[in-house]
Write a new protein. Sequence first.
Length: 264
Amino acid sequence: MVSSEDLVVDLDSVGVTRTGSHLLHDLTWKVELDERWVVLGPNGAGKTTLLNIAAARLYPSNGTARVLGEQLGRTDVNELRTRIGIASAALADRIPGEERVADVVMTASWGVVGRWRERYEAMDEVRARALLEQFGVAGLADRAYGTLSEGERKRVQIARALMTDPELLLLDEPAAGLDLGAREDLVGRLAELAYDPDAPALVLVTHHVEEIPPGFTHAILLRGGAVVAQGLLDDTLTSENLSKTFDLPLILERSGSRFAARAA
């Protein structure tokens, strides 16, 4: 059995209450280093709240939350956050449109958005360009971020999240707003990352089973701030559990390592 110090995320009976509303209720969740988790649920299920706790950006109202062996409320979260990579719409909205793409990635080294007076080594530029290459956007390194398509921006955001070589990578709806081609390209690249034994622990939030990349190992399904089901992906992602999660009779279909869902 893995000790709490060795778990990447260790939440025990966690609840989050804001202005009288229960955003999360009595949630227990444990993530190990070699696991790749999907967080699935409808709007308002608590997915982003859960991700913000894992990102050390939100404290639970009750229960115990440990991230990378550090208990929230008893550690320096600024130091802890340097060990966590995150790509989210909230962060993306803060990136200046005129920022050079390579700088968008490099500024993650300082934990800032928008280059100012930081000094970077040549190796920082090399790493940033290597990550852009990994996600198929190396040719955009010297372009202004604001000129990119939505799909290109998503890939740059993930490259940025990996800049600090994090131990935990959190992706909040990375395929949201993408057309079919851009989505499939991104899903393929995330699958490569998932299969990489040297990659960090991965947590991906989505509304859609079609966006689950091959290589992901576990799933947690949320509804109304509570867990509907969690565990190994093949055991957890079923028509029955999906129907409970979205409060609608659904049929889950699988083709190889990809999923699709439709109304029953």
